[in-house]
Design a protein around this ligand. Structure first.
Ligand code: ATP
Length: 232
């Protein structure tokens, strides 16, 4: 039998320890420093010598190198094509961003994430092979709107524009009821992935007879439309 894998889970979490970030503006630096602080090896690059030097001084990357990412040779010499994941964090220079994305894909990088500054920029990035296109300002704006209107949503992970995994506080309405009793699947169309009263009691795939307590956290998966129906 030939089962075609959706590579769904591997697209969610890549077991990867090495990242290259091209472009050390505000966005690129934020990506680099977060990965670095999580213990990953990060190569940070920029065409601007000063940014490259300050990235190393400020400890936002393991290694830094100055290069012009529109030049395939420069990328090759810096070893960028050996990285499994490359983040093209050049938002305001559309031409440079497109050429860089094309270069790293043609160089054989398996997973390329590129920042877009507009919808048309995003489309072009997809056309030249970007595996993931992000719109940080747009996404941050949507996330802020969510937290302003639904403060009980503690965290969210967007699977696609219409589906998410969210961590929410167990609502009052569910307090003292078992997982079987709240019928999350049939009433709300949602799947319960985990519950936690605190960090030590985090339970993945909880049993149906487990009782929920108001104020504990629960992690559910479903469409954004269904998530909005939760009584939180
Ligand atoms: P902001 O910093 O305003 O949030 P941003 O993070 O999208 O925006 P940009 O202004 O797009 O940043 O610039 C990202 C970085 O990309 C800049 O530091 C710039 O020097 C760098 N850059 C631009 N062209 C190249 C190139 N050809 N090669 C390498 N780096 C480049």
């Amino acid at each position: 039998m030939n089962l075609r894998s959706l590579k769904f889970l591997s697209s969610l979490r890549r077991d990867n320890r090495q990242f290259a970030v091209i472009g050390l503006g505000r966005f690129g630096r934020a990506v680099a420093v977060s990965l670095y602080n999580m213990g990953y090896e990060v190569l940070g690059t920029d065409i601007d010598e000063k940014l490259v030097a300050s990235a190393l001084n400020e400890k936002i990357a393991t290694h830094t190198i100055r290069l012009d990412s529109t030049e395939p040779i420069a990328l090759k010499e810096a070893g960028i094509y050996e990285f499994d994941t490359v983040v093209v964090a050049i938002g305001n220079y559309v031409q440079e961003s497109i050429i860089t994305t094309l270069n790293v894909k043609e160089g054989g990088v398996a997973h390329v994430v590129a920042k877009a500054s507009s919808q048309i920029h995003g489309k072009l990035l997809e056309r030249v092979g970007a595996d993931q296109v992000v719109f940080p300002e747009y996404e941050a704006g949507c996330a802020l709107a969510y937290t302003l209107t639904k403060p009980a949503i503690l965290d969210r992970f967007d699977l696609d524009p219409n589906h998410s995994i969210v961590e929410v506080l167990v609502p009052e309405e569910f307090d003292g009821k078992t997982i079987a009793e709240i019928q999350l699947r049939s009433h709300y169309g949602l799947t319960l992935l985990a519950v936690a009263e605190d960090e030590e009691t985090f339970q993945i795939n909880p049993l149906p007879n487990q009782r929920l307590v108001k104020g504990a956290a629960m992690v559910v998966l479903g469409s954004n439309k269904d998530i909005k129906k939760l009584p939180i």
